[in-house]
Structure formats: structure tokens, C-alpha cells
Design a protein around this ligand. Structure first.
Ligand SMILES: [Cu+2]
Length: 185
């Protein structure tokens, strides 16, 4: 159960929905009650509106659930779990970030093959951010100290090149120099 909630985005999503339910009920009740309030000099007939309000709220609720369900596969824990279960071959890079350098199991990866980055921090909060050779940021990870399991992220590089790695979480006096290089071949 604990694994389901913490290691799988679906668990987190279900918990989130569960906590929203009381607010949703309360919200619908207020909207419904307000719909029958005397509108005063505007002369509109308030009893005409509950249907439209309910339709509108239902549309928003359906959209909310749809967007969440469709995007949950992009959450790093879900995509990592999906990759491990799918049997697709992937590369692994283990990282330990320390003040002010990275211990990396590999600094070379292959283009077109998914890479599973598993990163931990050995002391304080650090970042692991990968930059495309043209300067664009590809992804960033925030690494908290004292975590039992590493932070994971799956990324497939589409273009070869030298990708800069930088820390984007302020971690002390030499934070600006905390850099590394990842070569994609
Ligand atoms: Cu830093």
C-alpha cells in the first residue's frame, strides 16, 4: 500500500482526488444554493440557471480528471516504473551529488536509448540539470539529502552532443562551479 502511494504516480493521484471530494461537495452545494438566491433588480429568473451551472461544473470536473489521467504517465515515478516493467532495454546512470561535484557511474550514453537517471544527494540539497548543447534546459532534478531511495527520471536523448550538467539548487559557496558533462553518442 505504501509503495502504491509513494512510488507510483497513480497512488498519489488517487489520494489527491480523495482529498478533493469534500471540497467538491461543499463547492457544488454553495453553487446550487446561490443559484436560488434572489437576483434583485436584474430581473433574471434564478431557477433557470442550476442546470447550466451543473453542466459547467461537470465539464470542468471531467476535463480536470481527463487532463490528470492522460498526463500521469509523464510523471517521473510512473514513467520509470513503466520502463522497468516493459522490458525495453535501457541505460542506467547512477549519480551522487555532493558539495560541489557529481559522482556519476557513467558520463557517456547512447542516443535513442532510454536512460534511467537515479540520483541521490550526499549532503545538502542539490540539483541535477541537463542542458542541450544549444543551451536549452532538457530536464532538471531536485535532490534532497537523506532520501531512502534515489530520485529517478527517464529520458531518451534524440541528438548526440556534449550536454552540460549543472546544479540549479543553491548549495553553498561553490554552487556556481558545480558542473559536469554528459556525452551523448
Ligand atoms: Cu548547487
Amino acid at each position: 500500500m505504501r509503495d502504491f502511494i509513494y512510488e507510483d504516480g497513480w497512488g498519489a493521484f488517487v489520494v489527491l482526488l480523495f482529498f478533493h471530494i469534500p471540497f467538491l461537495i461543499f463547492f457544488c452545494r454553495i453553487v446550487y444554493k446561490k443559484a436560488f438566491v434572489n437576483t434583485g433588480p436584474s430581473g433574471t429568473a434564478p431557477e433557470k440557471y442550476p442546470k447550466i451551472e451543473i453542466m459547467w461544473i461537470s465539464t470542468v470536473a471531467v476535463l480536470f480528471i481527463l487532463v490528470n489521467v492522460l498526463s500521469v504517465v509523464y510523471m517521473p515515478p510512473v514513467s520509470t516504473a513503466a520502463l522497468t516493467k516493459s522490458g525495453t532495454p535501457f541505460q542506467e546512470v547512477d549519480i551522487t551529488a555532493k558539495s560541489w561535484y557529481y559522482d556519476m557511474s557513467s558520463r557517456e550514453v547512447e542516443v535513442g536509448v532510454p536512460v534511467k537517471f537515479s540520483a541521490k544527494s550526499g549532503d545538502t540539497v542539490h540539483g541535477f540539470s541537463v542542458y542541450h548543447p544549444d543551451g536549452r534546459i532538457v530536464f532538471t532534478m531536485m535532490l534532497m539529502p537523506g532520501m531512502e531511495s534515489p530520485t529517478t527520471l527517464v529520458h531518451t536523448f534524440e541528438e548526440p552532443g556534449e550536454y552540460k550538467v549543472r546544479c540549479l539548487e543553491y548549495c553553498g559557496i561553490v554552487h556556481h562551479a558545480m558542473q559536469d558533462l554528459l556525452v551523448v553518442r
